[in-house]
Design a protein. Sequence first.
Length: 295
Amino acid sequence: MSQGRKLRVAILGSGNIGTDLLVKTLRSPHLECALFIGRGLTSAGMSKANELGVKISDQGIKAIESDPDCCDLVFDATSALAHLKHWPVLRSLGKTVIDMTPSRVGEMCVPSLNLAEAAAHGNINMVTCGGQASVPIVHAIASAAKGIEYVEVVSHIASRSAGPATRVNIDEYIDTTEAAVKKFSGAPAAKVILTLNPAHPCVFMQTTVLVRLPAQDLEPIRAAVAAMVARVQAYVPGYELLVGPVLEDGRLMVTVRVSGLGDYLPKYAGNLDIINCAAIAAAEHYAKANAQTRP
């Protein structure tokens, strides 16, 4: 095999996240979509994949079971409950999986923090959209601040950007995001809130991080946050710092906004775009790290 061959991926799930992943995969110099899998051939996502000339299947996980050689890596863009059923099958087939659901089965990955470490695992979990937006900020604050007591993360997203899987997985979203915040910050306690805003025009994703901590020098925190925002922008161009860091009465506040790339989803759907950009970063890292071992 020439080292130039792209990593073959299958996308399991033909909703908004899966279809946007498809468009991003087709643009990647390191990835190719060998199979796009849904449950109905006439869905919007399947129609888009067919229009783009990508092989499609409506057989769900059975499409990979019947042809294990079709791909090297699988994006699971279904739901947390479905992933619990998919993972044993994919593991038995020796497939590396990037889990787009808040199932917490695999190694949590935030590319600006632990890309190489997470990509070495067979199951790479992309946490949640709110986690991808907030965890880098929380980690940056923790690296420069002392005595963090509590972290609160509040994300506002457009109601139209929350599909059926997102709505079904709200509890898992909160639990997984809280676990990631504590893991990457060392905070003893965390609370996560998600609001779905029905306003029209649709609001862009906005996430506020609130940290309770003793009074201290704010400059190292500002520098750490600015550096982290730049690191995230390397793979999520629409990630921007809106407010802060501001420290008042023992509470530090930082707010970020995420604009999408507009690949398949509207630009206001930054919540979906950020997790997809993070997943593509993880897949490309895996592809480059394993380029010499692919047949």
